[in-house]
Design a protein around this ligand. Sequence first.
Ligand SMILES: Nc1ncnc2c1ncn2[C@@H]1O[C@H](COP(=O)(O)OP(=O)(O)OP(=O)(O)O)[C@@H](O)[C@H]1O
Ligand SMILES: [Mg+2]
Length: 400
Amino acid sequence: MNESIQTQSAGLATLGTYTHPSDPNAGTWIVSHADRPHAYRIVHRLPDGAARVDTVVDLDNLQAKLHKWHREGFVQQASEEPAPRPERHRFMQALRAAAQRDEARCTSPMKTTTIGSVHMPIGAGGPLVPPLDPAYLFSARSGNVLRDIVENRRILLIGHTGTGKTSLIEQIAACTEQGVLRSNMNGQTTIGDFVGFWTVKGGETIWVDGVLPTAMRDGLWLIVDEVDFAEPAILAVLTAVLEPAGRLLLKEKGNEIVTPHPSFRLFATANAVGAMSAFRHLYQGANVMNEAFLDRWRVHQIDYLTPDDEALVLTRRFENRVSSGMARTLASVAADCREAFAREDLSSAFSTRRLIDWTALMLRTGDPEAAAGPTIYAKVTAEDAALIRNIIRHHIALDG
Ligand SMILES: Nc1ncnc2c1ncn2[C@@H]1O[C@H](COP(=O)(O)OP(=O)(O)OP(=O)(O)O)[C@@H](O)[C@H]1O
Ligand SMILES: [Mg+2]
């Protein structure tokens, strides 16, 4: 038990009323919580009800008073009122113990690998495992996503374009040898691609599973990219499998039921839903997702990497070609552009993808300004390009 908890429980035990059994004129001492933490209010009431003393003391002072009252013959009364929420002080203790038990439960005897501090089960491998990116950095933002995967939660990652939503899932899959299927909802995927369809092959009519039943049967991870662009028919099918043990009913295939393999996981990414809704104007065509749909996911907002982490990613990705000083400068340019975007001085976000691409081209051309042409300026408005050029010049003396 730590000192603060000991202090709290010592204080709690003393709350209440103290009377003198053989002297009815001695009055009553009442000890209660004061408004301030770790402080106690002491009131002395005379038999006529008048308060003679009304003061606030700390625990040491209270204990001195208790000794004195004890010597004088006062005794604590069984409390008439319910104790003032002792559980308030025990909650955090109980929660910490539960979290520790949870951690132990997740350390299962099956084959696992550790990412950060999370033990992840190893998948079945195979050709659908994404390639491992040696430059990938599992930053602090990954921890809760990793735990949610272990718990078999449905995970929706939201954030601006290029913050690292898809790559986070893919790199977790790469480390855990887990096969992944991806399906992009921005105009490319039909309900047939997603669920399956009948076709004729060699004179025979056969059923071809779509990505969803394939992932469910084979224990693959399915990433539904840009789910905020999905057509209603696809959202309806998705909703059915959003419960952890949610099964899929293939109506087109005579109501066949597909039960999820224990390794199946469902992920989605979106740019403009929930906490990101304010940016819907940047992602034209994105649909509003209703609350009932969102409530079925664990929604994690993936922000840009911190400048330190982003600089680390650049030095890792370009090895000895980008010094840590250069990386810090480039990450500062990105951070300043994002601040300008947040102030609405810039109308375009500055993604990690853009930063990596710009760096790659500048290493080839030896010219940050020329490299910014096809990787940045050509993708934004003339006003944005001018402001980004100023930010670059603020950080890099181009004639240096
Ligand atoms: N933690 C990281 N470590 C290394 N590289 C990263 C990291 N996060 C993002 N990246 C890189 O940033 C780029 C963009 O990431 P990603 O494609 O995952 O973004 P996204 O959020 O899915 O974007 P979009 O919304 O446009 O689909 C990728 O090249 C990825 O490798
Ligand atoms: Mg993506």
